[in-house]
Design a protein around this ligand. Structure first.
Ligand code: FPP
Length: 248
């Protein structure tokens, strides 16, 4: 049976998060500069966004640039920023046409003014879209996000709008950059690395993890289908017993 037919569209993960890894290795394997890998990565990105929208997935979060990525060589950081601006220039029309809404999470203040301006323009232009929510993590790391949340929460305790004794998990979530977005049900990491690298640590408490050896530029529609099919075969227990889950 074709892969697409094996997907139960009534049991799609509402939110898929992706750690797009392996661009550098993809380029090096071909004797090319790492930047070519990132450029090629944009094609994979386009295909996966298209596939997610086609399937009717509501949220897709992509780890495009981590807080730690600021430490890469200057040329690579500026090339990545250039690719970002160019992608936004080229693809904003397609996002609007396909009813896709762009959102950004991360320490946006660290981005250069031209990147910020271009981002906010696309965010505003796509704000009326009601289809796929495309969340791009830029200058993002979970420890930054959680520290920032703790800082802002403490300020509210100080100014009396929040009482320490009444703080619940749901209150903490309001201070995270992902507030209003459901937790990912599926997280995919490419390139064979088996780690989370500071991505959505609070939000993935019960997320299904999927690792593939494919390098990000080689990851396409079929690979995305494979990940969803694998997800749909899993039993999600959320701490309960298998019997309790089946009783439902
Ligand atoms: C990881 O590969 C990839 C990145 C750090 C950047 C991902 C960016 C893109 C796919 C393009 C730009 C994004 C947008 C939203 C337009 P790596 O460089 O860590 O690869 P390696 O582990 O093989 O060195």
């Amino acid at each position: 049976m074709p892969l697409r037919k094996q997907i139960n569209t009534l049991k799609l993960p509402s939110h898929v998060a992706i750690i797009m890894d392996g661009n550098g290795r993809w380029a090096r394997q071909r004797g090319l500069d790492r930047i070519f890998g990132h450029q090629q990565g944009v094609n994979a990105l386009r295909e996966v966004i298209e596939t997610a929208a086609e399937l009717g997935i509501k949220y897709l979060t992509l780890y495009a640039f981590s807080t730690e990525n600021w430490c890469r060589p200057d040329e690579e950081v500026s090339a990545l920023m250039g690719i970002m601006i160019q992608s936004l220039n080229n693809e904003t029309g397609t996002l609007i046409k396909n009813n896709i809404r762009l959102k950004v999470i991360g320490d946006i203040n660290r981005l250069a003014d031209d990147v910020k301006e271009r981002l906010f323009e696309t965010i505003n232009l796509t704000s009326v879209s009601t289809g796929l929510n495309l969340v791009v993590a830029l200058s993002y790391s979970s420890r930054w996000e959680i520290t920032e949340a703790a800082r802002r929460m403490s300020a509210d305790v100080n100014n009396g709008t929040l009482k320490i004794d009444s703080i619940k998990e749901e209150d903490f979530e309001k201070y995270l950059t992902t507030y209003g977005i459901p937790d990912p049900e599926l997280m995919i990491r490419t390139s064979g690395e088996l780690r989370i690298s500071n991505f959505l640590l609070w939000q993935i408490a019960y997320t299904e993890l999927y690792f593939t050896n494919k390098l990000w530029p080689d990851f396409g529609k079929k690979d995305f289908y494979d990940a969803i099919i694998d997800f749909q075969k899993r039993e999600r227990r959320f701490g309960k017993t298998s019997e309790q889950v089946l009783e439902k």
